[in-house]
Design a protein around this ligand. Structure first.
Ligand code: GLN
Length: 447
C-alpha cells in the first residue's frame, strides 16, 4: 500500500485519483496482514485495487466525475466491490473517468482530463481512462471499471494493459451508476490475464440485488488457463481494410495474425457488411437508455441543487444545466429525441432491430469460429484536445469495441506491441457468450 501511495504521489500530474483512501488502505493492509499470519486470508489478500468513480462504496464519495453529484456519498456498496472486499482486497481510492462514463478520452470529466503515462501529451482513452493509467503507472495492482461500449478495453489498449468486458449479465450491476443498462458491464483492468481471470471469478455470479444477472455457474477461470492447441479465429475484412486504420495498428495486427497461423491456429477473414451499422446502433440505443437513466438527477434527490430558483421547473432546469457537462447534455438531448413520439419508430425501434441483426450475424460467425479478433482501437492514443471538437471522429474511436456490447458477448483487450513512438497498441478477442474461460485461456497464451 505504501508503494502504491508513493506512486500516486509521484504521478499526481496525471490526474488519476479523485480521492485516495490512504489511512483506510493502510489500516486494511494491517488487518489483511494479520489474516495472512492467521491463515484466514481471502483469495485477493493484499491485492490493491482502485475503483472507477461509478462504483458505489458505502460511506465514500461517488459522483461519476460529474458536478451534479457533488458531495454525494454512497449508502451501500456495489456487489462487485463487496465481493472483492470479502476476499481481502484493499481499496486505495476512486478514479477519474468521463462524466457518467460517456466518452472515449477521459476528457469529459468535471475534474479535468487524465493523462497517459506513456506520453502525458496524450489521452489515456475512456471512459475508464484513469483506471487504466492507475494500472499502467503502478498506482494499484488492478482497477474495476465499467464497459458500455469499450470503456474498459479501449483505455486498456491505449495504456498497454489488460481490459476485460465479461458477458452481459455475468457480473451484477448493483451499485454501478447506470449509463445504458442493457449494455453496461463491470470489468477488471489488470497487468495480466491471470489477474483478470481471478477478479472475474470473484465478482461474477448470481446476486439477489440484480434481477438481470445470470445464474449460470461461475467457473474457476484463473485455475483453467491452459489453452487448446488449435483455435479457429476469424477477423473481419472490413476492420483491417478500413480507411481510418492507423498503419502501425494495421501492421501489428497483421503480424499477430501471421504469428497465430505459424503457431498452428486457423485464422480466416470473414465479411462483415453490417460493420457500418455498429456505431449508429450503439449511439441511438445508448443515448436513449442514458436519457432515461439520467432523469433521476433532478436537483431534488441527489447532489447538486441550483440556488435562486422560483419554481420546480426552474429547479430542474437550472440544476441539470449547471450539473451536467456538455457531452452528457448532448447525449440526453439525442436520447430524448430518438425516444420522442414522432421519431421513436424511425430511430429507436429500427436500431433495436438492427441490434438483433448484428447479434445474429456475429453469432453466425462464432458458430464456425472460436473467436473474432480485431485491433481494439483504430489508432494508438490521440493527443489531448485532438478530437474534442469533432464528435464523429471521437465516436469512431469505438468502432471495434461497441460490437461486443451491442451483442452482449465477452471480449478482452491485451497489449499487442507499440508503435515507433512507444505508444501501446491493443488487440481484442471476442468470444461466445459465457465462454470467458476459453477466451481467457487463449488470451493468456498470447501474453
Ligand atoms: N466511448 C463510448 C461512449 O462514449 C463507450 C463508453 C463506455 O463504454 N462507457 O459511449
Amino acid at each position: 500500500v505504501k508503494h502504491y501511495l508513493q506512486q500516486i504521489e509521484t504521478h499526481k500530474n496525471l490526474n488519476v485519483f479523485l480521492e485516495v483512501y490512504a489511512d483506510e488502505a493502510l489500516k486494511q493492509a494491517e488487518t489483511v496482514d494479520q489474516k495472512i499470519k492467521d491463515g484466514t486470508a481471502g483469495r485477493l489478500a493484499g491485492m490493491v485495487i482502485g475503483l472507477k468513480d461509478v462504483l458505489a462504496y458505502e460511506n465514500h464519495g461517488l459522483q461519476a466525475s460529474s458536478k451534479i453529484l457533488n458531495g454525494f456519498q454512497s449508502q451501500f456498496t456495489a456487489t462487485a466491490v463487496e465481493r472483492i472486499l470479502a476476499e481481502d482486497a484493499i481499496i486505495i481510492g476512486r478514479q477519474n473517468c468521463d462524466e457518467f462514463a460517456m466518452g472515449s478520452s477521459n476528457e469529459n470529466s468535471a475534474f479535468g482530463p487524465t493523462l497517459n503515462f506513456a506520453d502525458p501529451t496524450r489521452v489515456p482513452g475512456g471512459s475508464s481512462g484513469a483506471s487504466a493509467v492507475a494500472v499502467q503507472a503502478d498506482m494499484c495492482l488492478a482497477s474495476l471499471g465499467s464497459d458500455t461500449g469499450g470503456s474498459v478495453r479501449q483505455p486498456a489498449a491505449f495504456c498497454g494493459v489488460v481490459g476485460l468486458k465479461p458477458t452481459y449479465s455475468r457480473v451484477s450491476r448493483w451499485g454501478l451508476i447506470a449509463y445504458a443498462s442493457s449494455f453496461d458491464c463491470i470489468g477488471p483492468i489488470t497487468k495480466t490475464v491471470e489477474d483478470a481471470a481471478l477478479l472475474l471469478e470473484i465478482i461474477a455470479g448470481a446476486d439477489e440485488h440484480d434481477s438481470t444477472v445470470s445464474h449460470t455457474s461461475v467457473p474457476a477461470y484463473s485455475e483453467n488457463l491452459a489453452p487448446k492447441k488449435q483455435y479457429r479465429l476469424a477477423y473481419m475484412r472490413e476492420a483491417l481494410e478500413s480507411e481510418g486504420l492507423d498503419e502501425d495498428v494495421r501492421k501489428n495486427t497483421a503480424v499477430k495474425i501471421e504469428q497465430l497461423r505459424a503457431a498452428g491456429h486457423i485464422v480466416e477473414a470473414v465479411d462483415y457488411p453490417l460493420m457500418k451499422y455498429l456505431l449508429p446502433t450503439y449511439y441511438i440505443l445508448t443515448t436513449a437508455e442514458a436519457s432515461s437513466n439520467l432523469s433521476r438527477f433532478d436537483g431534488v434527490r441527489y447532489g447538486h441543487r441550483a440556488a435562486g430558483v422560483k419554481n420546480l421547473e426552474q429547479l430542474y432546469k437550472k440544476s441539470r444545466a449547471e450539473g451536467f457537462g456538455a457531452e452528457v447534455r448532448r447525449r440526453i438531448i439525442i436520447g430524448t429525441f430518438v425516444l420522442s413520439a414522432d421519431y421513436y419508430d424511425a430511430y429507436y425501434t429500427k436500431a433495436q432491430r438492427v441490434r438483433r441483426l448484428i447479434k445474429e450475424s456475429t453469432d453466425e460467425i462464432l458458430s464456425k469460429y472460436d473467436f473474432l479478433i480485431s485491433p481494439t482501437t483504430p489508432t494508438p492514443a490521440i493527443k489531448i484536445g485532438e478530437k474534442s471538437d469533432d464528435q464523429l471522429q471521437m465516436f469512431l474511436m469505438d468502432i471495434f469495441t461497441v460490437q461486443a456490447n451491442v451483442i452482449g458477448n465477452p471480449c478482452i483487450s491485451i497489449p499487442n506491441g507499440e508503435n515507433s513512438e512507444g505508444l501501446p497498441i491493443g488487440i481484442q478477442i471476442l468470444g461466445k457468450n459465457f465462454d470467458e474461460a476459453e477466451m481467457l485461456a487463449f488470451a493468456k497464451s498470447l501474453e
